[in-house]
Unconditional design. Structure first.
Length: 457
């Protein structure tokens, strides 16, 4: 197979990035924008030793699962590459993605439950993070035009987005307002090449519970260089939108892909939103983790709560990578004692406030690196909940988790690949998988959250 070859392909399934997967002459071929059960005429764009990539020239027979995407920018924006596939089928193919990923790393087939659907397949995303850029404007009154949106897949080329159906429509209105008023105030967008310009990102956090919105303006300035332009923009935002409960400025003058810098100042209102999980109101600051789809998060939290209440009587729980201690706090009523461990000190402060407000007395929150804490820990837990960032836990953490945990690990993961790598270590060390339950936290994208229940033998 060579680049430039024209081939007819029948699409079998999706790969972990959401591209279609077809086979020809023992080659696996990935096709962006394909749908399982499409018959396609394609051109090979890249041919490697054992796989190739192709682009669609013609849809010969469309799949019965193919639909018109809601968003006109779906083909250029890297955000939601599955929008052209019926939602029910997305769930089926995501299960296969998890199964395939585990098989490729573990070398054995693991049964994956059918994914539990997100309550909503659109308007679900309650955290928006758009990079901002500038381009020279034609109109004299503007120093520059501000653009904001997502990057095209695999690039840092910005797609200027005015409408995105994944988040609530109010987010589009706020972002358009920031662009227009920011231009009038002479705020410049960030230039990655020259590391110049002011506004790097617009971050919005919405509460599904009470509708409040926190706006965070991430700037390429240090905190001694605040310009009055941002105070004026904050005032205008609060005046225009009743739902904005606070506007903050985050200083991130480093040349980095990390969105938020270490320092955040409040410009108007409050520097947090409140969200409800399992009937408890949580405080969420600008830089603390919270699931982007609160509706689906509630379903996942109930699932874990039910599992523990059906299988344990007042267990002792370790909640590692705890964030605002969402698991620790919502499960504390079922447990004799809970220890939540989290690195981000703002998240720890949010957790402590929630604990005090709800008069919970059986939980301690420890501000620490999970590994450092577990290494020196001499306690014994019945259950460990692990909810690490995308890169997973790694062997050193797992080795120590097995030393301090007697019965069960509940592993919550947003990356099937790192989940599989960590499972490989656990399976080699006397553990067995009881179940893997996917939750579709991110409809229309290839991403999926999994809860693995792992027994320690
Ligand atoms: C995927 S989030 C899970 C948060 C929480 N369990 C929840 O559901 O809201 C991962 C969390 O791990 C924290 N984290 C990352 N590395 C860490 C480390 N080495 N030790 C402790 N916490 C860490 C992050 O700050 C983040 O809050």
């Amino acid at each position: 197979m060579n680049a430039g070859d024209i081939v007819i392909l029948d699409v079998e399934k999706l790969n972990s990035e959401g591209a279609g997967l077809a086979r020809k002459d023992n080659f696996v071929i990935f096709i962006k924008g394909a749908c399982p059960q499409d018959r396609l005429k394609c051109k090979i764009t890249k041919a490697k030793k054992n796989y190739a990539e192709a682009e669609i020239l013609e849809i010969i027979t469309p799949s019965p699962f193919r639909i018109e995407p809601k968003c006109k920018l779906q083909k250029v924006c890297g955000g939601c590459v599955l929008q052209h596939i019926k939602y029910k089928e997305q769930l089926n193919y995501k299960r296969i993605i998890v199964e395939d990923t585990l098989y490729s790393i573990l070398g054995e087939k693991v049964t994956i439950n059918n994914p539990i659907s997100s309550g909503k397949d659109y308007n679900y995303r309650c955290k928006v993070q758009y990079p901002v850029r500038s381009r020279g404007g034609k109109l004299q009154k503007y120093n520059t035009r501000l653009y904001a949106g997502y990057f095209k897949p695999g690039t840092h080329d910005l797609v200027n987005i005015k409408y995105c159906p994944i988040h609530p429509a109010i987010c589009d209105e706020i972002i358009e307002f920031i662009k227009t008023e920011g231009e009038l105030l002479g705020i410049s967008g960030y230039n990655e090449t020259s590391h110049s310009g002011e506004l790097k990102h617009i971050v919005l956090r919405l509460s599904e519970n009470n509708g409040d919105i926190l706006v965070v303006l991430v700037v390429n300035l240090d905190d001694r260089m605040v310009s009055n332009k941002f105070n004026l923009l904050a005032e205008k935002l609060s005046k225009k939108f009743d739902r904005i409960s606070g506007v903050a400025i985050n200083f991130n003058p480093q040349k980095t892909n990390i969105i938020l810098g270490k320092t955040t100042h409040l410009l108007t209102g409050f520097d947090f939103i409140e969200e409800k999980l399992s009937d408890i109101i949580f405080k969420i600051s600008a830089d603390t983790f919270f699931q982007v789809n609160p509706g689906c998060a509630n379903i996942m939290f109930d699932y874990i709560k039910n599992y523990i209440s059906n299988n344990f009587s007042t267990p002792k729980l370790l909640d590692a990578y705890a964030g605002i201690a969402a698991f620790g706090i919502t499960l504390s009523g079922l447990c004799s004692a809970v220890t939540s461990v989290e690195l981000n000190t703002h998240a720890v402060s949010n957790a402590i406030e929630t604990i005090q407000q709800n008069s919970i007395t059986n939980i301690s929150v420890i501000a620490s690196d999970s590994l450092e804490y577990i290494k020196q820990c001499s306690e014994n837990f019945d259950i460990a909940i692990l909810d690490p960032p995308r890169k997973g836990c790694g062997e050193e953490v797992l080795k120590n988790i097995l030393r301090v945990t007697k019965n069960t690990i509940i592993y919550v993961s947003c990356s099937p690949k790192s989940l599989a790598q960590d499972l490989k270590y656990l399976l080699k060390n006397n553990c067995t998988i009881e179940s893997i339950q996917p939750f579709d936290m991110f409809p229309n994208t290839p991403h999926i959250e999994n809860v693995a229940i792992i027994k320690i033998n």
